[in-house]
Design a protein around this ligand. Structure first.
Ligand code: ADP
Ligand code: MG
Length: 409
């Protein structure tokens, strides 16, 4: 990064600080850092795309894009040095809709689901209790990739640490007003709000977000208390059915929901597992991660037992392992991947998310690779392209699973 990041500063450590005082100090420091590292504007914005990138996204040739009437575009014209027109994501969506309208036979440009054909809302939960296994990175890139492919997507951040929210432009330390989270839509009693009140639109046109913050923790206390108090015939859905209940309120607006789960098996995660139509378990191929995943799977099964006993066990359309941060040159890693494939067969996705400087650098800047333009001072064109190809391959494989769940292929 070229910018000077103000990690240091004139702070004089004071004695007698409480956690609350320290939170204030840290909060203002984080805002200061964010102002430098991230865009100085409060709201995150998305860059524009070149016609070449638009062609790649829409799967047509560059010349086809440039032949389309500029009147189809919905954003104000912006031209790059050299005279090339630059496209916003809203423009890309408009072009996609146009191509879909004029190209009815042949391939589908708008892949929206058709409930009349039984194409049900896909709810993909990204889980594992190992921090750093790439859940958030996977969730963010999957959600954005699906939007770029023309789907209507809702991302739900279930981690009180709010990493996905931050990536998608909502930073707890930056927000002046308290903002709602999924907790508001799944809490018990009269305070509960419909999920539509909680959803925020993001700078990534077509991607909606239910952001997270520490308030989510309240559910971890409330859910067991409410469960203990339950009497036969209660009308309030039990904790494990509450996420599905909330999603039911907005389901028809979306094709896919991506849930970034917290790194633990609490009540929130169980509610997400019960609302999910499919599970994506991210695994970094190292021995410690594999044994931690073993614990996770075992405990997940145990925790789901009471749900199964109540006849509410979810049936998932698919359940897949995604190898993340994979280094193909690293022999121990390839051995672990081979072992996982031997054990789980095609439940391990064929494509893996490669360890890539393009991904970690984008992450440092609070962005995904899809939104970071190539910066030649940081990565070479081929590194950047390799990361994009790996992401497209993984997300394309997941798209096929979605299509299959809809009976399309
Ligand atoms: N494929 C990758 N290549 C390089 N860095 C990655 C990759 N996936 C994740 N990271 C980095 O690893 C760290 C942890 O990833 P994250 O997605 O936050 O994991 P989790 O949500 O499971 O805790 C982040 O700093 C992220 O930028
Ligand atoms: Mg995370």
């Amino acid at each position: 990064m070229n910018q000077h990041v103000p990690y240091g500063g004139p702070l004089v450590p004071a004695s007698n600080q409480t956690a609350g005082d320290d939170a204030k100090i840290l909060g203002s420091k984080l805002r200061e850092i964010a102002a430098v590292v991230f865009s100085p504007a409060e709201a995150k914005t998305l860059r524009r795309f070149t016609s070449g990138e638009v062609a790649r996204i829409l799967g047509v040739t560059d010349s086809r894009i440039r032949q389309l009437s500029p009147e189809l575009l919905v954003s104000e014209a912006e031209v790059a040095p050299g005279g090339r027109r630059m496209y916003t994501l809203a423009d890309i969506h408009a072009l996609r809709a146009h191509l879909d309208a004029i190209d009815r036979v042949g391939k589908r440009y708008l892949p929206h689901r058709d409930p009349a054909k039984g194409e049900h809302l896909q709810v993909i939960a990204c889980v594992n209790f190992k921090g750093g296994s790439g859940k958030t990175t996977t969730s963010a890139h999957l959600a954005q990739s699906l939007v770029l492919r023309g789907y209507r997507v809702l991302a739900i951040d279930l981690d009180p640490q709010a990493s996905l929210s931050t990536l998608l432009g909502v930073r707890p330390e930056n927000e002046r007003e308290p903002y709602p989270t999924i907790y508001d839509a799944i809490q018990y009693g009269a305070e509960r709000r419909p999920l539509s009140d909680v959803i925020m639109q993001t700078y990534f046109t077509g991607l909606d977000l239910v952001a997270a913050n520490l308030e989510l923790e309240v559910f971890e206390f409330e859910a067991p208390m409410q469960s203990a108090r339950r009497r036969p015939g209660d009308v309030e859905p039990p904790f494990f059915a509450r996420m599905a209940m909330a999603l039911g309120e907005v389901g028809e607006r979306y094709d896919v929901v991506v849930i970034d789960c917290p790194p633990r098996l609490g009540y929130l995660t169980i509610a997400a597992l019960c609302a999910a139509t499919s599970l994506l378990i991210t695994i970094h191929p190292q021995m410690l991660d594999v044994s931690s995943m073993h614990q996770f799977l075992k405990m997940m099964d145990e925790l789901m037992a009471p749900v199964r006993e109540q006849g509410a066990a979810p049936t998932h359309d698919w359940f897949r392992y995604l190898v993340t941060r994979f280094e193909p040159q690293d022999t121990p890693q390839t051995e672990i991947v081979a072992m996982l494939r031997g054990l789980f067969g095609d439940r391990v996705l064929t494509k893996a998310m490669l360890q890539s400087v393009a991904i970690s650098n984008s992450g440092l800047r609070g962005q995904t690779v899809y939104e970071t333009p190539l910066r030649r001072d940081e990565v070479t064109g081929s590194t950047y392209r390799r990361a994009l190809d790996a992401l497209d391959a993984v997300n394309g494989e997941i798209e096929k699973l979605i299509a299959r769940a809809w009976g399309r292929s």
